[in-house]
Ligand binder design. Sequence first.
Ligand code: C5P
Length: 276
Amino acid sequence: MEVCGKLNLSLNITGRSGGYHTLDSVVASVSCGDTVIVRERKDNGITLNFEANFTPEVNSVTRAVEELHKTFGDFGADITVIKRLPLAGGMGGSSADAAGVIAALGYIYGFDGALIRKACLAVGSDVPYMLEGGYARMRGRGEAIEPIACDKEYGVVLVRAEGTETARVYAEYDRVGGDTPVDNDEMVKRLTCVRKFDKIPLGNMLARAAIGLNPRIALNLAACERAGLNANMTGSGSTVYAFTSDPEGDAERLKKMGLDAYAAHTCASGLKIYRV
Ligand code: C5P
């Protein structure tokens, strides 16, 4: 199974609820993602093999399996996750892995869809969205998802930086406040009606807080601006991205400026299942 990462085209913070911040955010799947391989077992054993250059102690996949055990009882599986999405990059990497594992186990064992979605939210705020991916407007903690009818793929250039920890960025937001919110009704209208995305104002109310913790984000945004690109930060950072009609050319230009840039495109769907 291939699970795409996501880009927040907007991230408005609307309030607080139960220890979390409530959001109103327009998101899109992006063509870089992780691979999740799940094999059925005859016994109730679980094995997890992480192919990544870091080993999280309690990762989202372990939590996903625990939630499914709580809801559906015992089952066994051999799970391999091949990581490509950056750690703490704001692209929903750990949520993508959890959603991939939950979707694959649901498919193999025929788990009930409504109960699966409940389990997803218990694992992480972005996990319910990651089950489907594509263009969507997410509200609340991430549990209210409205798909946006847009089947276009837009070229993007992404710039990586050292990761920012989500909980710390939200805590910093509480201290320093946020940036201007985006008009999401207008953004949804434009996504469904226009053929060119470059005129749509992007934004992220967590940017100021994330920059306070990781100034590299501001340098990357400024470098994109110097290259004539209108860049935005995704999630709680640290990746920044810009829409462009020439992703490869712009990635090369940004690399020459010393940035860790690469080309990608948005996707209308975030999950691909391959039965082998
Ligand atoms: O959802 P996730 O487990 O990745 O969030 C990590 C932490 O970030 C939460 O425990 C919370 O402190 C903060 N957070 C928040 N509001 C959100 C998402 C995360 O305050 N919508």
